[in-house]
Design a protein around this ligand. Structure first.
Ligand code: ATP
Length: 311
């Protein structure tokens, strides 16, 4: 798969303070990369360096194989950017605004109408084309912001918090649009919303105190969400001592009613033995299921392990 963004040992100092510290990563075509991190972790600084708006103190960024520092104009032709506050002109219609942006992106004059039509269609804006931007709902304004980012058909799209301030229906629509755009382009999506990463992204990257602490596929992240705990419910009270003696069981934690948590080792899942014991003992098996950690749990655990979050 084509590598669209390659960042090598990217660092940025503000005076003596190191905001981004030796970040490496790649983005390939067809990937939607969710960029997460606690406040002040270095997300905005990294995104600004990737867009060519901020010079790195050290390191290199290549966009579609072109060095962003050596050939910025050429490299930026392959980049589309939606900042967290989209630069929209409220007094222009959608068509007027997109045509103006196409000009700014350097789209050849004769190609502008076709470029505007294509971006408008892809972002579901056809019915709004003659409306003033100031009169559009927030969801349609955000679509207009995304349309301006893809006008010049860039290989890489960078979206900063694209669903902030939208209602649940609009959020769902924008996420579907991002997934669709992700098939043809490479997308980097900065967000604070963990479920957004699960819903829209193929990969996730977590930055903490300027360093990358995780780069994973969403499938890999979902594997990390499996904890080593089983929740068991029986009809009759189970004998905790007998359960604890099963191979692989580390401890048994009684909950309310006839519910229990059985904690086990990473390499040994005793679900089958537990089920057999409950049936053989006549305790009546009602439920036996793995307890899943939320993405939030994984995020907090990772950022705590690397010493970032208090508590
Ligand atoms: N212009 C600046 N001058 C000095 N320090 C800065 C500047 N911009 C950012 N910083 C510092 O660099 C660090 C990283 O900031 P950055 O804005 O990149 O983080 P972030 O992950 O985007 O945070 P947030 O989620 O709060 O926007 C922070 O400690 C911040 O205070």
């Amino acid at each position: 798969m084509t590598v669209l963004v390659e960042a090598n040992h990217l660092s940025r100092y503000y005076g003596g303070h190191c905001a981004v510290d030796g970040v490496d990563f790649t983005l390939k075509q067809g990937e939607v990369l969710g960029f997460l991190g606690p406040n002040g972790a270095g997300k905005t600084t990294t995104m600004q360096m990737l867009c060519g708006n901020l010079a790195p103190s050290t390191g290199q960024v290549r966009i579609n194989g072109i060095d962003l520092l050596d050939r910025p104009k050429e490299a930026k032709r392959h980049l589309g950017y939606l900042p967290d506050t989209p630069p929209l002109y409220r007094e222009l219609t959608v068509n007027e605004f997109l045509a103006y942006c196409a000009e700014l992106h350097g789209v050849d004059k004769t190609s502008i109408p076709a470029a505007v039509k294509r971006a408008r269609e892809r972002c579901g804006l056809d019915e709004m084309q003659e409306r003033l931007i100031g009169n559009l709902s927030k969801g349609y304004q955000q679509r207009t912001g995304i349309a301006q980012a893809i006008l010049h058909n860039p290989k890489v799209i960078i979206l900063d918090e694209p669903t902030v301030g939208l209602d649940p229906l609009q959020i769902r629509e924008i996420r579907a649009l991002i997934r669709e755009l992700g098939r043809e382009h490479g997308i980097i999506l900065s967000t604070h919303i963990l479920t957004e990463v699960e819903e829209s992204c193929t990969h996730v990257q977590i930055i903490q105190q300027g360093r990358l602490i995780l780069r994973e596929t969403i499938a890999g992240l979902q594997r990390q969400m499996h904890s080593c705990t089983l929740e068991v419910t029986t009809r009759m009270p189970a004998d905790l001592k007998t359960l604890s003696a099963l191979p692989g069981v580390l401890s048994v934690e009684p909950l309310a009613g006839n519910r229990l948590y059985v904690h086990h080792g990473v390499d040994h899942n005793p679900a089958k033995q537990i089920a057999e014991l409950i049936v053989a003992s006549g305790w009546g098996l009602e439920e036996l299921a793995p307890v899943k950690k939320s993405l939030e749990d994984v995020f907090i655990q990772l950022t705590r392990e690397t010493g970032g979050l208090p508590g």
